[in-house]
Design a protein around this ligand. Structure first.
Ligand code: NAD
Length: 486
């Protein structure tokens, strides 16, 4: 397997930092202005990267024709090679993603890369189903669609690309990526590494392609390309709407605002530890991270000090007012989402605290604020390590507030409770793709929890945790009167 030499990795990271104008100190290409971007050198083409969408799709089509003609053995070797290469490069890709986007924590991004690499299901997800009976036998097999277009977010750039590739290629398809412009460098590198891993395993080149200069326009061009059969879109509401406007099968992984309820029966110490761990994981940029804590009366007085013991800083009233002025460009009306200033997305808690004049240890993980039910933070997908804690009278009111503040997305929710009736009731009411009881919500991704992992959770289209089957056509063969052998 080919690996990038360490000096090349360092060169790429340095180049990314230089291009993005580190001196401005704000995250993300868009926020650093156009300066630097205009000077950005053309990314090198090859290894799956093509200058235009039609070229990237045509190359993937050629690769698909060769891939389709090959057997399952090659598919398994390809996925094994991809897993091995992505484990090898997990740290480098995480550091590059952090340097380029300015979002999250590099160490947590390493965990995310390793998680999807090891726990995203492979071709074993496509075991044929067989039924035999007096009238013979029916076998159902999983066939590829062909070309899948995947649109990826800036919040989990590499973990999504790795995850999507394993799912889509395991199902026998080729994939063309249109990645987030703010993560284009690391995403291009990721596509190159995936191509090399596939070719090293004996697979065709260009099974994974993309364009090095992605834009909203190239995303639309890709989504509407006649040779693309399926769309996998991971991002906010705008791109989900865009995908649903096409005439193609769309698998859309949209936004969430995961609430977690803590009732009076919960193990408060564990709940506090889990919420701090979960909500601060990659600085809250993951769509499944806890974004609102709702407690039953009397619980917050015990929970909040416990959160402090587990690495959170608790804001005083006047500090909360300062925070609101910094993180919101528009707070919005009560009980509605506010508009977050993108400069603060995914930043470290210590950086945000410093901005509002609070001295806190550098290793502080989460900022906690006690707020009223109608506070905008409760209703906003804030994507930064700031956790509102709000209290209500009883657990049914808590579940109701959780349902409403999640905006009925049905994405992710959690509860800390030892009452199984309450756990069951909330799981039913929330009607979410992921529901977690008594753990951080990332346990629902298979991280410190059972089950496989996906970083594209397709709630709006009902596909849930995407996997190879999501990108497969079910086909059946029936033999009448034969092949029941007992
Ligand atoms: P984003 O919507 O800004 O961008 C996502 C992708 O869509 C990017 O590649 C972007 O270029 C493209 N895009 C955006 N608007 C578009 C349009 N009108 N037409 C075509 N393409 C468009 O999202 P982001 O900031 O990168 O990611 C954060 C959002 O994604 C959050 O809302 C989060 O909850 C969601 N998300 C969901 C999942 C999930 O599995 N459900 C996973 C990750 C992120």
């Amino acid at each position: 397997m080919s690996a990038l030499p360490p000096e090349e990795i360092q060169r790429i990271i340095t180049r990314v930092k230089l291009r993005l104008g580190e001196t401005t100190g704000s995250p993300g290409v868009a926020l650093r202005g156009q300066q630097g971007l205009e000077e950005a050198a053309q990314a090198e083409l090859g290894d799956g990267l093509y200058a235009t969408v039609p070229e990237a799709v045509a190359a993937a089509s050629r690769a698909f024709d060769r891939f389709r003609a090959a057997g399952l053995g090659l598919r398994k070797r390809i996925i094994a090679s991809v897993r091995s290469a992505m484990l090898e490069h997990a740290v480098t890709l995480a550091e590059m993603a952090h340097a380029e986007t300015g979002l999250g924590r590099a160490a947590d991004k390493v965990e995310k890369n390793r998680l999807v690499t090891t726990k995203a299901p492979g071709p074993e997800d496509l075991e044929p189903q067989t039924v035999t009976g007096d009238q013979g036998m029916t076998v159902t097999e999983y066939a590829p669609f062909g070309i899948v277009a995947a649109i990826t977010p800036t919040t989990n750039p590499t973990s999504t690309i790795i995850n999507n590739t394993i799912s889509i290629v395991s199902a026998g398809n080729a994939v063309v990526f249109n990645v987030h412009p703010n993560a284009k460098q690391v995403s291009a590198e990721n596509i190159r590494l995936l191509n090399r891993a596939i070719v090293d395993a004996g697979g065709p080149p260009d099974l994974v392609t993309g364009v090095p200069e992605p834009t909203i326009d190239t995303a639309k061009e890709l989504m509407h390309h006649p040779d693309v059969r399926v769309l996998l879109v991971t991002g906010g509401p705008a791109v989900v709407q865009e995908a649903l406007r096409t005439d193609k099968r769309a698998v859309t992984a949209g936004p969430g605002n995961p609430p977690v309820v803590v009732d009076q029966t919960a193990d408060i110490e564990q709940a506090a530890r889990d919420i701090v761990r979960g909500a601060s994981f990659d600085n809250n940029v993951i769509c499944t991270d806890e974004k609102t804590t709702i407690t039953v009366r009397g619980v917050a007085d015990r929970l909040v000090p416990a959160m402090e013991r587990h690495g959170a800083y608790v804001l005083k009233e006047h500090e909360l007012r300062r925070l609101e002025r910094v993180i919101f460009t528009e707070p919005g009306p009560p009980s509605k989402p506010g508009r977050i200033d993108p400069r603060w997305l995914g930043r470290d808690a210590a950086v945000i605290l410093h901005e509002i004049g609070v001295r806190a240890p550098d290793d502080v993980r989460l900022i906690v604020a006690r707020v009223g039910n109608e506070h905008n933070l409760v209703w906003t997908e804030q994507m930064m390590p700031v956790m509102p804690v709000t209290e209500v009278g009883d657990v049914d009111t808590a579940i109701d507030l959780a349902r409403r503040s999640e905006h009925h997305f049905g994405h992710t929710a959690g509860i800390h409770s030892t009452n199984v009736d309450v756990i069951t009731r909330m799981a039913r009411v929330m009607n979410c793709s992921i529901f977690v009881a008594n753990g951080p919500t990332f346990s629902g991704l298979g991280y410190d929890g059972e089950g496989f992992c996906s970083f594209s959770i397709a709630t709006p289209t009902g596909d849930g945790m995407t996997r190879p089957r999501t990108f497969s056509r079910e086909r059946r063969i029936t033999l009448v009167g034969s092949l029941r052998i007992v």
